[in-house]
Design a protein around this ligand. Structure first.
Ligand code: SF4
Ligand code: SF4
Length: 365
């Protein structure tokens, strides 16, 4: 049974949450990892500008300082998004991170957008699983020696909830990797946005992109293998994925991508059950939390920490004037928020492929 360590949000004079977080990760055993001269990717969501529910940079500094003290070389990281927003391109993404407070002054380290300026810099990691054969992971994450995930635990529109598995699996995929998870189809060109710059065909190994007499790009659906490389290549967001993957397959693909991220690497996970918003931090707003703040968890097991987090949220009282307070009783809070999602499929699959176990021992500090 995996150990999951827990602290609540009560503080006393001289014992701030930052001190408590330091104590939590130490008790949970982070010092067992050999950090000496290793590159350490600290995977975190910087928050879409406008969202205020993401993890505060102050918490990131605690982990950065700890890793440095243990001899590691940490950096904060995320990959570009597939959807169009302030984080779908490397420089905008970096600016969004700075705007939300993730600067070297506040965190004591640097931000690296792992899949580069266009979201095309990835490494294919073979996993040969049921849905994913070769996962496309942002290069800076793939190149790192150790993975630490700092996960804001909240609801999620596609996965039911967002925790360690979602932050690692979906979050570490390049734009092509994200397309593989979100889509069972092939991208198409939005002709209204195409400016006929002809850059996209340089990225297509299948020669699937042609140019029409109407001065628009065109994807030959028979030749296209749906690799998604061309999506990042287009600076004008004219190449669009088809967001059609079934919700229960999406969460299984996320689990398989998570395996690719942490395979053969020491890894450690921290879930923040605070400001539990109904939706992802990718939204440029965050509705009020559905439950009171609960605590912070740490574990070596990404499955156990997510299962423990789900159970803690489901056991907590609903905040009456939140969106969940307006809904009928449902089988759990995440189905209540997003009835079409199927988080159980994802966590079951994660356990099946050996990512961790759903049974856990919750150790309250
Ligand atoms: S890169 Fe984008 S804008 Fe340029 S030709 Fe291709 S689809 Fe059109
Ligand atoms: S998805 Fe891949 S194969 Fe299809 S057009 Fe784009 S680059 Fe080519």
């Amino acid at each position: 049974m995996s150990k999951v360590y827990f602290i609540d949000f009560r503080t006393t004079s001289g014992k701030s949450m930052l001190e408590k977080l330091k104590m939590l990760v130490t008790k949970a055993g982070i010092e067992k990892i050999d950090f000496d001269k290793r590159h350490v990717a600290i995977k975190i969501h910087f928050g879409e500008p406008g969202n205020l529910a993401y993890i505060r940079p102050n918490y990131a500094k605690v982990i950065v300082d700890k890793v440095k003290k243990l001899g590691g070389i940490p950096f904060l990281t995320d990959c570009n998004t597939l959807y169009v927003g302030r984080r779908n391109e490397g420089l905008n993404h970096l600016e969004a991170a700075y705007e939300n407070g993730f600067t070297p002054f506040s965190t004591n380290t640097h931000v690296i957008i792992a899949d580069g300026i266009k979201g095309t810099d990835d490494v294919e990691i073979p996993v040969d699983l049921e849905f994913v054969k070769r996962a496309k992971i942002g290069r800076a994450i793939a190149d790192s020696d150790i993975i630490i995930s700092m996960n804001h635990f909240k609801g999620h529109e596609g996965a039911g909830f967002g925790g360690a598995l979602k932050n690692l699996g979906m979050g570490c995929g390049s734009r092509a990797g994200k397309m593989e998870m979100h889509s069972s189809g092939k991208p198409r060109v939005d002709e209204a946005l195409c400016r006929f710059c002809k850059k996209c065909s340089n990225y297509c190994a299948q020669n699937a992109i042609a140019y029409l007499d109407t001065k628009k790009a065109y994807i030959n659906q028979d030749l296209c293998v749906g690799c998604g490389k061309c999506i990042g290549a287009c600076s004008f967001n004219a190449i669009r994925p088809i967001w059609n993957e079934a919700e229960d397959i999406l969460v299984k693909k996320i689990a398989e991508y998570t395996l690719a991220v942490i395979k053969d690497k020491p890894n450690f996970h921290i879930n923040f059950i605070m400001d539990v918003s109904p939706n992802c931090d990718c939204c440029s707003d965050n509705d009020m939390p559905i439950v009171p703040n609960i605590g912070i968890l740490a574990s070596f097991d990404p499955v156990a920490i997510d299962q423990a987090s789900v159970d803690l949220v489901n056991a907590a009282p609903v905040i009456a004037n939140s969106i969940l307070g307006e809904k009928e009783n449902t089988r759990d809070k995440f189905h209540g928020l997003h009835p079409d999602t199927n988080w159980e499929s994802g966590i079951e699959h994660a356990e099946k492929i050996g990512l961790g176990e759903r049974k856990y021992n919750l150790i309250k500090l």
